[in-house]
Structure formats: structure tokens, C-alpha cells
Design a binder for this molecule. Structure first.
Ligand code: HEC
Ligand code: HEC
Length: 278
């Protein structure tokens, strides 16, 4: 009996993902601490400084602006203008009809949840594609998450978040966690993957990726590895609809057939190429 190729690719993808997390866990944590990491723990910091630091992270290391704008309709994600005041209503909603219910949830807890567990409550009209910000590829530490919540509260709300509101586990054991894993490479060949992207895969018909391609039917993938996890990217190629539709783009346009048309080798090379896009 022949195993359908789609199934083969699926199993292979799982095996690759397994070894991926194995590699990620075996990287010494020390490498994962980028020098520019912000630490505010134990230090004196005013609310204004905290908000300023959060704004900086929003624009740089957090890569939030790839998806979000403030005071401007972006395509992929909600406009964050006024999110500091909106958070109060969202928290009330989470507390009364959320699934799971979070009774007594406060505005700052809602904002924290939206950063650490974005899928727990997806804003209506948007797919749950936001990555947890304390995990790779964004990988912010506890201080950075704290500053970010303060910045979000400052957008129309009152800044009352303290370091104690941020669980000590945020940022994977305090060692940054993220960075190193984001550097982990799949056992594929990015150059060969680029050729698949432009050739057999036909991705170029709809996507731009760095210097390759110009099409705008689908999202620009030039920074995809900066904002999305390898897991999301791998699954999206095999099951586009299953991962939700990126806001602002048509549903059902990305072909669901790559698991059948690509060989496992081609698929791994392609994913390796996409992981270089940051
Ligand atoms: C890959 C795109 C993407 C990135 C990167 C991203 N977000 Fe999001 N974000 C979304 C989407 C889509 C939603 C709406 C669905 C949901 O709630 O999960 C969202 C929701 C939110 C919400 C809830 C908004 C509301 O109205 O309740 C907040 C707050 C937020 N993001 C903050 C951030 C911050 C801060 C960063 C950077 C550290 C960030 N996001 C990075 C896509 C992204
Ligand atoms: C016929 C057009 C089309 C082709 C061909 C196509 N895609 Fe897409 N793709 C889309 C559209 C439209 C979206 C956004 C809607 C959605 O999420 O389904 C998308 C979304 C994506 C995303 C998610 C982007 C994000 O920002 O979250 C990835 C990753 C992706 N495509 C990769 C690929 C790869 C790799 C190939 C080639 C193997 C490919 N696509 C081929 C149309 C296409």
C-alpha cells in the first residue's frame, strides 16, 4: 500500500518539529541573551521612563509594528489606539463571557494576557495569529513585558502595572529563552528552498519575500520569521485554512495542496528559506 504523500509530509513535519524543539532546548541559555536586553528589575524607574521604554520595545525588538499601528488601520491586526481604555471593557467581557472565564480580570491583566497568551481571547474579526511575545521569535524578557504593558496602558488608560503583576516565569526562566531558539536552523537548504519558492512551489505568484518576487495577492513574507514561529510557518504551508486567514487578505486563496505537491525534502528546504526572512 502506498502512503499518500500528504501524509508523509505531515509525519515528516512532525518529526522535524520534534527535533526542532530538541535542538532549541539543547542550546546553552547563555547564547540567548542579546546584549541590548533591558533589565529594570531591582532598579528605580519612573512611570514616564517605563512607558518610554515600552514604546521603544514596541517599535524595535517587539516588532509589533509589523502587524499593529497606533491610530491607523493596519491590515493584519487591530489598531492599538485607545487600547489602554478599551482593555477595561475587554477585561469585563473576559470576566463574564470569556472561554475560559476569567472572573475579576482587570485591564492590566487583560493586556498581559493579550501579550503572553494571545490565543486565549482573539479580538473579533481577527485570526489568532499573534505569537506569544515572551517566546521565540520575539522573545521579550520580564522587564520588557512590564514596560510594554505600561506603554499599552498609556494609550488611553491609567498606568498602574507593577513588576509584581508580571509572573516571574515570563521570558522562560529569566534567561531570555527566546533568542537562541529563534536562531535554530532546520536541516534544510535555504538556497534550494528559495528556488522552490520561486519555482515549483509557485509562492512567488502571490508573495514577495525579500528580494524575491513582487506579488501582493498574499502578505509580504520578507519579515515572516521575525513575527511568526517556525511552527506556524510549517503548519500554514500544509494547512492554510486551519491556521486562520490573515486579516485584510482573501480566504481560501492560498492553495491547500502543498502537502501533496511538494516532497518532504522540498518542504523542509522551503521552510528553511522562510526562516531566513527576518
Ligand atoms: C503576526 C502579527 C502580530 C504581531 C507581530 C503582534 N500582534 Fe498583537 N495582535 C495580532 C492580531 C491578529 C490580534 C487580534 C487577534 C487576537 O486578539 O489574538 C492582536 C491583538 C493584540 C492585542 C489585543 C488588542 C485588543 O484590542 O484587545 C494587543 C494588546 C496586542 N495585540 C499587542 C501587541 C504587541 C504589544 C505586540 C509586539 C510585542 C504585538 N501585539 C505583536 C497580531 C500581531
Ligand atoms: C494563489 C495565491 C497564493 C499562493 C500560490 C501561495 N499563497 Fe501563501 N498566502 C496567500 C494569501 C492570500 C495569504 C493570506 C490569507 C491567508 O492567511 O490564508 C497567504 C498567507 C501565507 C502565509 C502567512 C503569512 C502571515 O503573515 O501570517 C504564509 C507563511 C504563506 N502564505 C506561505 C506561502 C508559501 C510558502 C507558498 C508557496 C509554497 C504560498 N504561500 C503560496 C496566497 C497564496
Amino acid at each position: 500500500m502506498r502512503v499518500p504523500v500528504g501524509v508523509k509530509v505531515g509525519v515528516f513535519a512532525l518529526a522535524v518539529m520534534g527535533s526542532y524543539s530538541y535542538f532549541a532546548n539543547s542550546i546553552p541559555q547563555i547564547e540567548s541573551k542579546p546584549p541590548q536586553e533591558l533589565s529594570l528589575e531591582g532598579g528605580q524607574v519612573t512611570t514616564a521612563q517605563l512607558v518610554k521604554a515600552g514604546e521603544e520595545i514596541f517599535k524595535t525588538k517587539g516588532t509589533c509594528e509589523v502587524c499593529h499601528r497606533i491610530g491607523q488601520k493596519g491590515t493584519r491586526a487591530p489598531d492599538l489606539a485607545g487600547v489602554g481604555s478599551r482593555a477595561t471593557a475587554r477585561a469585563a467581557e473576559r470576566a463574564t463571557k470569556g472561554k475560559p472565564l476569567r472572573p475579576g480580570m482587570t485591564a492590566k491583566q487583560y493586556l498581559l494576557e493579550s501579550l503572553l497568551d494571545p490565543g486565549a481571547y482573539a479580538v473579533e474579526g481577527y485570526p489568532p495569529i499573534m505569537p506569544a511575545v515572551d517566546k521565540p521569535p520575539i522573545g521579550l524578557n520580564r522587564s520588557e513585558v512590564w514596560a510594554l504593558v505600561a506603554f499599552l496602558q498609556s494609550l488611553g488608560g491609567t498606568v498602574d502595572v507593577t513588576l509584581n503583576d508580571i509572573p516571574a516565569t515570563v521570558g522562560a526562566g529569566g534567561a531570555g529563552g527566546g533568542g537562541a531558539a529563534a536562531e535554530v536552523k532546520l536541516p534544510g537548504d535555504p538556497k534550494a528552498g528559495e528556488a522552490i519558492f520561486a519555482g515549483k512551489g509557485g509562492c512567488i505568484a502571490c508573495h514577495k519575500a525579500g528580494k524575491v518576487g513582487a506579488a501582493q495577492v498574499g502578505p509580504d513574507l520578507s519579515q515572516i520569521a521575525k513575527i511568526q514561529t517556525p511552527d506556524y510557518i510549517m503548519k500554514k504551508i500544509l494547512d492554510p485554512a486551519g491556521m486562520g486567514t490573515v486579516a485584510g487578505y482573501p480566504k481560501g486563496v492560498m492553495p491547500p495542496t502543498f502537502g501533496q505537491t511538494l516532497t518532504a525534502r522540498e518542504y523542509t528546504d522551503l521552510v528553511s528559506f522562510l526562516l531566513t526572512l527576518k
